[in-house]
Design a protein around this ligand. Structure first.
Ligand code: ATP
Length: 357
């Protein structure tokens, strides 16, 4: 097992004034860790993965696998196993021939190869499928062959580029825990790319949230969800209300904020928040952390229901509070609640989190 380090890695595709596709990214992926690059289309996550794989070279910065500088090393010299979005399998060849590909390139002998292919197929629960043709397999099985082909070379790092995007919703959910099991059993460091925040949350030890070529935050799923670094992360991970509230009083580790109702709430704020009395604070409140109350309840923000969506697990409401639409998610919505009902919303101060713009 090795760790992987990116030090101030940037990639520009043209010499002109274009913004960098990847802009000064520094990350350390711990040995054996399942690490995800998450962000919307165009944020630079695939370009970052391709630089770790060696398919693209950085215009600045270095990449290390353990102690080895691999910044300008050819892909086949890195011992990285890659799983592509479209699997990139040879459709007319058998499963075993596909899995054998990386071993052939590495000139591993016939007997040793056969043993390693069997082992890799067993790892992905496809023992006995070696003689099947790729075009006789389901999408989910093809996905496993692609994984076996990446694992058979005993990679120092497993690189996965949106490997679930061609599967239907149900299979996608099953496959995410399957990939995690395989990675854990193989004991390989993994770098995973996705734009799907639910997938990233469910699978990862840690996540780097990217936007505009830059890393916005690195943290465990719990950290990026409950303590988002800025408004972008708060809105991109799950759903979040980002409220603009005037600061009535500020101290080093806390703020008194004025609610639209005129009431004040005191909340904790991260060190170095830099806010002072009269400023506007951005505060993230998850929909499930806003409580529903009667319209005249003490300290509640009065509002009007403008949307109701029943998901089975919860009821998602949108509530207009003085012209702002707030999202509220409640497990036990009152019977008969309907559009235009007057309600009150309670914000629990210990659930609120100050974010940077
Ligand atoms: P997606 O999920 O859509 O693949 P992404 O987050 O992976 O998006 P990248 O594919 O890394 O983003 O692209 C980042 C930026 O770099 C984009 O603006 C893209 O247009 C640009 N880009 C990527 N590859 C090239 C290339 N070969 N030549 C020029 N520009 C490129």
């Amino acid at each position: 097992m090795i760790d992987v380090k990116l030090r101030s890695v940037s990639k520009r595709f043209s010499r002109g004034g274009d913004a960098a596709a990847v802009d000064d990214v520094s990350l350390t992926i711990a040995a054996g860790e399942f690490f995800t690059l998450l962000g919307p289309s165009g944020c630079g996550k695939t370009t970052t993965l391709r630089m770790v794989a060696g398919f693209a070279f950085p215009t600045a910065g270095q990449i290390h696998f353990g102690d080895q500088d691999v910044t300008r090393l050819a892909p086949n010299k890195r011992d990285a196993g890659m799983v592509f979005q479209n699997y990139a399998l040879f459709p007319h060849m058998t499963v075993a021939q596909n899995v054998a590909y990386g071993l052939k390139v590495r000139k591993i002998g016939r007997a040793a190869s056969a043993e390693r292919i069997e082992q890799a197929l067993a790892q992905v629960h496809l023992a006995g499928y070696g003689t099947r043709r790729i075009d006789q397999l389901s999408g989910g099985q093809q996905q496993r062959v692609a994984l076996a082909r990446a694992l058979v070379i005993r990679p120092r790092i497993l690189l996965l580029d949106e490997p679930l995007s061609n599967l239907d919703a149900k299979l996608r959910e099953e496959t995410r825990s399957e990939i995690r099991r395989i990675q854990r059993e193989a004991g390989t460091t993994a770098l995973y790319v996705t734009h799907d925040q639910a997938e990233a949350m469910a699978m990862s030890d840690r996540i780097a949230v990217m936007y505009g070529g830059k890393v916005q935050q690195v943290g465990t799923p719990h950290e990026v969800y409950h303590r988002p670094a800025n408004a972008f992360v708060a809105r991109f991970i799950g759903r979040s209300n980002v409220l603009e509230l005037p600061v009535a009083e500020a101290s080093a580790d806390g703020l008194e904020l004025r609610l639209p109702s005129g009431a004040r709430i005191g909340i904790g704020a991260p060190e170095g928040h830099g806010l002072k009395s009269g400023d506007t604070a951005l505060v993230s409140a998850r929909p499930e952390q806003v409580r529903l109350a009667g319209p005249t309840a003490d300290g509640a923000l009065p509002g009007k229901v403008t949307g109701i969506e029943f998901t089975g697990m919860a009821t998602n409401l949108t509530v207009d509070v003085a012209g702002d639409e707030l999202m509220v998610s409640v497990v036990d919505a009152p019977d008969g609640i309907k559009i235009d009902d007057q309600v009150g919303l309670l914000l629990a101060p210990h659930r609120l989190w100050v974010v940077k713009p």
